[in-house]
Design a protein around this ligand. Structure first.
Ligand code: NCD
Ligand code: ZN
Length: 338
């Protein structure tokens, strides 16, 4: 059996920099038409010069692949309209991190005072720049995302023209918020559709499944699966594929992030098939919804998958992927682009 996916998009991706960028960029650029690239480098990408230079380094790292890096800036409350106008054509979105909540987010926002954020967020709404948000408080780890929903609501009602993307949602509370505000959207990862906290810490600790936000309860996963499989028009695929070297994961003080870029399409195909869901919904989840929400037209890329066992490598250039060493039921057979 074969299946064709057209122009897949990954709306939340960490490509890193330097050697890591060169080691892992290909994994996304080969099978995806484009991806929204996260700005949490050290230092974060927060001005025009840096975003342009980072995009050039990504283009260099992907070689001959046909792939669009949709660039983002790291949100700072002091971004003003003049600055945002000057950088508008270089970026697709701006990513807001609460200070210290995840990898390289120390320079993020503390406190969510609407008046303090108003100049930057109103200008973004006017210029139609979406705001991507890592929505977690610094409360108890299992409650952080649910606690952040009230902040999403505050922002969504204060800035009704601002497109707000709730990144990598993991809870039923976030899904319920989606339908309460026209301007709220969400990305969902692969791992949050497949695992719960049990898979991370219920048996022997699994560092390669440890990520922020942490995987939650079975009922949360069910709620996420439901909207993804139905291709709810406000949700998009965003892998949050976040590579760390093997030694940084298998360590005392494990870095947060799951590396899924090289297995994403195979795993999603298998998941949709297992749930007897139409592949039209997969096409919408993997590309159509994002095209509509972001108003992007991706590079034409036809990915043909076949039902043939694929053994996931133990490592990709020193990074351990999800399902390392395990068999998946779909393989990528051919890619036609250009
Ligand atoms: C991400 C990373 O490593 O950059 N880690 C993660 O666990 N998802 C950051 C992030 O998206 O939170
Ligand atoms: Zn991320």
């Amino acid at each position: 059996m074969e299946l064709t996916l057209l122009s897949p998009l990954d709306m939340h991706l960490h490509l890193r920099d330097g050697e890591m960028l060169h080691n892992i960029a290909q994994a996304s650029a080969h099978t995806f038409s484009g991806a929204v690239i996260m700005p949490n480098l050290v230092p974060p990408v927060s001005n025009k010069e840096d975003v342009v230079a980072y995009k050039d380094r990504i283009i260099d790292a992907i070689g001959n692949e046909n792939f669009t890096p949709y660039m983002t800036l790291f949100f700072k409350p002091d971004y003003d309209k003049t600055f945002l106008e000057s950088v508008r054509n270089e970026i697709t979105a701006i990513k807001l991190y609460p200070a210290g909540i995840t990898t390289n987010s120390e320079g993020g926002v503390s406190g969510f005072d609407v008046e303090e954020l108003r100049p930057a967020l109103s200008a973004m709404a006017e210029l139609d720049i979406p705001l991507c948000v890592h929505g977690e408080t610094n409360g108890f780890v299992m409650d952080r995302e649910a606690e952040f929903v009230s902040i999403y609501e505050k922002l969504a009602s204060a800035f009704p023209k601002l497109k707000i993307i709730m990144e990598h949602i993991t809870t039923k509370e976030s899904i319920e918020a989606l339908d309460r505000f026209d301007n709220l959207y969400a990305t969902i990862t692969i791992h949050h559709l497949l695992i719960t906290l049990d898979d991370v810490a219920g048996g022997m600790l699994q560092p390669h499944l440890f990520c922020k936000p942490i995987a939650k309860r079975p009922e949360d996963r069910e709620a996420l699966l439901k909207v993804a499989l139905n291709a709810h028009p406000k949700v998009m695929f965003g892998s949050d594929s976040a590579p760390h070297p093997k030694h940084a994961k298998e360590a005392c003080g494990c870095a947060a992030g799951v590396f899924t870029a090289p297995i994403a399409l195979q795993v999603l195909t298998e998941l949709f098939e297992k749930n007897n869901t139409s592949f039209e919904n997969l096409q919408a989840f993997i590309s159509g919804n994002a095209q509509r929400i972001y108003g992007v037209t991706p590079i034409y890329k036809k990915v043909i998958l076949e039902k043939k066992s694929f053994k996931v490598p133990a490592e990709y250039n020193g990074v351990v992927p999800m399902y390392a060493g395990e068999e998946l039921s779909y393989s990528v057979k051919e890619i036609i682009d250009g």
